[in-house]
Structure formats: structure tokens, C-alpha cells
Design a protein around this ligand. Structure first.
Ligand code: SF4
Length: 117
């Protein structure tokens, strides 16, 4: 059953959000912009290398994912302030699993030992 979820999630969110299947979705906190499309996979805002034109320092042709996330967050009435929340470290062992399933069974909400917000 989980494999079906993975397939549907990969297809639907891949098409709409360019989802990379991290397994711990934070789209609602990033203006529906997938943070994993950032070449550095940053989950807490931009690096210090954003170019003056707002593009990425790693891929100059690409707009900074975090600049987009910030702008799009401002358009979201319900989760607009969620971008200010500090995200815990990503659990890389969830890569390729379904964030939907991980949300339902609580795995996505588990934070590493010692993590405090
Ligand atoms: S599940 Fe992870 S990789 Fe996929 S859209 Fe959400 S944050 Fe991005």
C-alpha cells in the first residue's frame, strides 16, 4: 500500500512542485516551494550566496528557491508566517518514502535527539 502512496505522491507532487521525495514535506512553510530543489538542500532560508539579481550562486540561471519561497509565502493567508519557523534537521533515512504516510504515522514529526526549538 505504501508503494502506491509513494508512486502517487512522486507523480503528483513531482509534476506540481518538482518534489524530490524527502519524506518530510514542509511545502506549507515555504510558500509551496520545494526547499529540496535548492542545490544546497537548505531547509531554513537562503545561503549567503544569493546573487544581486536574486539568482542562485550554484546554478546562476536559476532563481533562488528561498527568494521564491519568501515571496510566495507572503501570498499565503493561512501559513504565511510558517516560513519563520526554524525547521529541524532533515531525516535523510526518509528519502524516497511518502511524506503523506510519514505525516499520518508520526514519523515525519520526530526530531533528532537533543533537538530543541
Ligand atoms: S516532500 Fe520534501 S521534497 Fe517533496 S515537495 Fe515536500 S519538501 Fe519538497
Amino acid at each position: 500500500m505504501e508503494r502506491l502512496f509513494v508512486r502517487v505522491e512522486r507523480l503528483s507532487k513531482g509534476l506540481i512542485f518538482d518534489c524530490r521525495m524527502c519524506g518530510q514535506c514542509i511545502l506549507h512553510s515555504t510558500g509551496m516551494t520545494c526547499p529540496m530543489t535548492c542545490p544546497k538542500n537548505l531547509r531554513n532560508g537562503p545561503c549567503g550566496g544569493v546573487r544581486p539579481d536574486g539568482h542562485c550562486e550554484v546554478v546562476p540561471a536559476m532563481p533562488c528557491v528561498w527568494m521564491q519561497a519568501w515571496e510566495r509565502s507572503k501570498q499565503m493567508s493561512m501559513y504565511g508566517k510558517a516560513i519563520l519557523q526554524v525547521q529541524p534537521p532533515l531525516n535523510r533515512s526518509l528519502q524516497g518514502t511518502s511524506a503523506w504516510v510519514n505525516d499520518l504515522n508520526g514519523v515525519a514529526q520526530k526530531t533528532p535527539a537533543g533537538w530543541e526549538q
